[in-house]
Design a protein around this ligand. Structure first.
Ligand code: ZN
Ligand code: ZN
Length: 358
């Protein structure tokens, strides 16, 4: 993986030159991981045109040498101060920092040691690099999606009236671990009956009963990469209103998937899918955006939302997840993770989208 990380750092260096900064201090841990492979809980990276220095503390000496063998490592109790001093010593002139991560307190402290160095915000430069994935990253996300698909296939036959939402959520997470997940990629959502009308319901002790919609939104974590999927099933027998709502959401979801093409505008993709739901008279029951990027974080750029201005590029994983929520009755969301590709999207979530009645 060393060459992959070096290639990522090279892309960041090119940006530094464009922004007229001599070096950048990367403090957001997920960005340090992206650029070095190091996944410890305390780290800062200094990147100049000539040098790459990873600072962490003594707990991580071994881990850092294993995960980032190709770069200079600095063990210290002050991962920020030492690297800023180093940048000052190297006369970098302007030192970029991540303004969405550095607190006012930390900035004040850095300014004291930044002798002869001007601290310059560089925005979300690393996050922007992370939007388009390399194939190694896509492989991990594909694996995370396969784990979630397999866990759901195991789980579905065990969902019976009388089991609680919390019980089913715990079971699903355990099955993802059995299939190779390091853990869930976020807190699993299991929402039954009227609770399914709450888009981000937290599992409760409610017992599942016949006639319920059961909405499951979950994902697996594999080597730092996330997956994200939602399926909504019916327990017992499906009523006409449930079939109607499900059919609308499934059509909207497919329209969104079909529109996720290279060069497409994020706002347009949201609109194509949302139009299907609005035409069916459920516009007011769809209260969130269509989807989001996924990678080292569960929610990343690009945002597929109304009015969104991002343009989709190849090798960008995004979710497509419209929903219709009828207050006090129930709701449906269907969510797939796909990768934008040159000709047609590559689906990573493979579980059926036909209405499953348990
Ligand atoms: Zn989800
Ligand atoms: Zn999602």
């Amino acid at each position: 993986m060393s060459e992959v990380h070096e290639a990522r750092r090279q892309r960041l260096r090119e940006q530094l030159a464009d922004r007229d900064v001599g070096a950048v201090l990367v403090t957001r841990l997920v960005n340090v991981r992206y650029l070095t492979g190091f996944s410890g809980s305390n780290a800062t990276l200094l990147l100049t045109q000539e040098a790459t220095v990873l600072a962490t503390d003594g707990r991580y000496t071994t881990q850092a040498s294993k995960q980032s063998p190709d770069i200079e490592r600095h063990i210290t109790a002050d991962v920020h101060g030492d690297l800023v001093s180093r940048a000052a010593g190297a006369s970098v002139g302007r030192l970029g920092f991540e303004p969405h991560d550095v607190t006012v307190e930390l900035h004040n402290r850095l300014a004291k040691v930044a002798e002869g160095v001007e601290l310059v915000p560089v925005g979300r430069a690393v996050e922007r690099l992370r939007v388009v994935k390399d194939e190694d990253e896509i492989d991990l996300i594909r694996r995370a999606c396969a784990v979630a698909d397999a866990a759901l296939a195991d789980l579905l036959p065990t969902i019976l009236p009388g089991r609680t939402e919390r019980d089913v959520a715990g079971d699903l997470e355990a099955r993802m671990r059995q299939h190779g997940a390091d853990g869930p990629s976020f807190e699993t959502i299991v929402a039954s009956g009227p609770n399914s009308a709450v888009p981000h319901h937290r599992p409760t002790g409610r017992e599942i009963s016949a006639g319920d919609f059961l909405k499951l939104d979950f994902g697996a974590l594999v080597e730092g990469y996330h997956s994200d999927m939602t399926r909504t099933v019916v327990v017992g027998a499906a009523a006409d209103w449930q079939r109607e709502v499900y059919t609308v959401v499934a059509a909207a979801q497919q329209a969104g998937v079909d529109a996720a093409l290279v060069g497409a505008n994020a706002g347009d993709i949201d609109a194509v899918s949302r139009d299907v739901i609005e035409a069916a008279g459920h516009g007011e029951h769809y209260t969130h955006s269509l989807g989001h990027g996924v990678g080292l974080e569960i929610h990343e750029a690009p945002a597929l939302r109304a009015g969104g201005s991002d343009t989709l590029a190849a090798r960008t994983p995004v979710t497509v997840e419209p929903g219709v929520y009828l207050p006090d009755r129930g709701g449906v969301r269907i969510e797939d993770l796909l990768v934008v590709r040159e000709d047609a999207p590559e689906m990573l979530t493979l579980t059926t989208k036909e209405l499953v009645v348990l």
